[in-house]
Design a protein around this ligand. Structure first.
Ligand code: GYE
Length: 343
């Protein structure tokens, strides 16, 4: 009993002393708040660095096409499935100024990595220099920027648009038996995907001098504009005698198909159609005989993006260009591939 009382007494005394010490400690902390604050911030930073989390700010272009929707979904789904990723997603609604604002806000939030799909190639110097000064690596997703600014980003994840354009031209030449008049529906003016798909197509067409591009116009990578532009072309003098349409993406091709049908012609037969992307609806159009060739461009870039971001955070080197593997689908090959299309 005596023994027990002594122990209890000792415990009470100890707890009183501890409370006092704690109280003193609290007081000390309060009075010296200014001097300990930097240490606290450092500790918080260390904790953040050590928590295994990675914060990625992604500036998306908008939602102009089925392809773009599939890319957004891939990035959001990959982030959701991985508890170590904190994704800050921003939709620029096709405006470069909104992308620039988003990037500045990512810099202010001190994200680990900035990812962006640049709507056009030019005009990024200032904001990317700010990211560089803040030591935040930038990954370009799906579209590129000016070659002269290569030192302002760490890596580009996406396709070879020149090769896509060349493949589209080869397919078109085959469908036309190497001669005829064609219309080109271009993507967004100034976008790398549009500039390079045009370049690749034109390069390859040098081998097919009897195929003539009679009209080339932007349909801004979306279906409604693609349809409108095609309607106007079909009514113009150049549009009276055309045998092919090359569209820089599937959505514009699907719009053009509607316009051609409404004009009383048969897409896929009277007018051969070749487009780029590979969305499910384009494969369905091939199955329906209305579209002739789909050149694939992979939008499912989420896994590669976050892997690259993690590698960068771990201090590893990442390739300057992480290239997509892609295929070309014509006729039965497209029909066979349809059940397994993921976007
Ligand atoms: O082909 C098109 C989209 O940048 C590769 O943008 C991308 C292109 C894609 O709107 O459908």
């Amino acid at each position: 009993m005596v023994q027990r009382k002594r122990i209890m007494g000792a415990l009470v005394t100890a707890s009183v002393i501890m409370t006092l010490v704690a109280g003193c400690g609290a007081k000390t902390t309060e009075t010296t708040a200014a001097s300990t604050a930097p240490q606290a911030t450092k500790a918080a930073e260390a904790a953040k660095a050590g928590d295994g989390k990675i914060t990625v700010g992604f500036s998306q272009i908008g939602a102009e096409s089925g392809w773009r929707g599939a890319e957004t979904q891939s990035i959001q789904d990959t982030a959701k499935a991985d508890p170590t990723i904190d994704l800050k997603f921003s939709d620029a609604q096709q405006k470069q100024e909104n992308q620039i604002k988003a990037i500045r806000s990512f810099i202010a939030q001190k994200v680990d990595v900035i990812a962006m799909a640049p709507v056009v190639e030019t005009g990024w110097e200032a904001v990317l220099k700010e990211a560089k000064d803040a030591k935040i690596p930038v990954i370009l997703v799906d579209r590129g920027i000016d070659k002269k600014n290569e030192d302002l980003y760490t890596s580009f994840i996406g396709s070879d648009f020149i090769v896509e354009g060349q493949n589209a031209a080869k397919a078109m030449a085959q469908h036309l038996g190497d001669k005829g008049n064609i219309v080109e529906l271009e993507g967004t003016v100034g976008a790398s995907a549009a500039t390079d798909r045009k370049k690749g197509f034109d390069d390859e067409m040098k081998n097919h001098p009897n195929i003539k591009i009679v009209k080339s116009q932007s349909g801004d990578f979306n279906r409604a504009t693609g349809k409108q532009v095609m309607e106007a072309i079909l009514k113009s003098p150049e549009g009276k005698d055309i045998q092919g349409v090359y569209a820089h993406n599937d959505d514009m091709a699907l719009g053009a198909i509607q316009a051609i049908e409404e004009a009383g012609k048969k897409p896929g037969t009277d007018v051969k159609i070749v487009s780029i992307d590979g969305i499910k609806e384009a494969f369905e159009a091939v199955k329906a005989g209305k579209l002739n060739t789909v050149v694939e461009c992979n939008p499912l870039l989420g896994p590669q993006l976050f892997q690259a971001a993690k590698d960068l955070k771990a201090g590893k080197q990442v390739p300057k260009w992480i290239k997509s593997n892609e295929d070309v689908f014509t006729g039965q090959k497209a029909i066979d591939a349809l059940p397994n299309r993921k976007y």
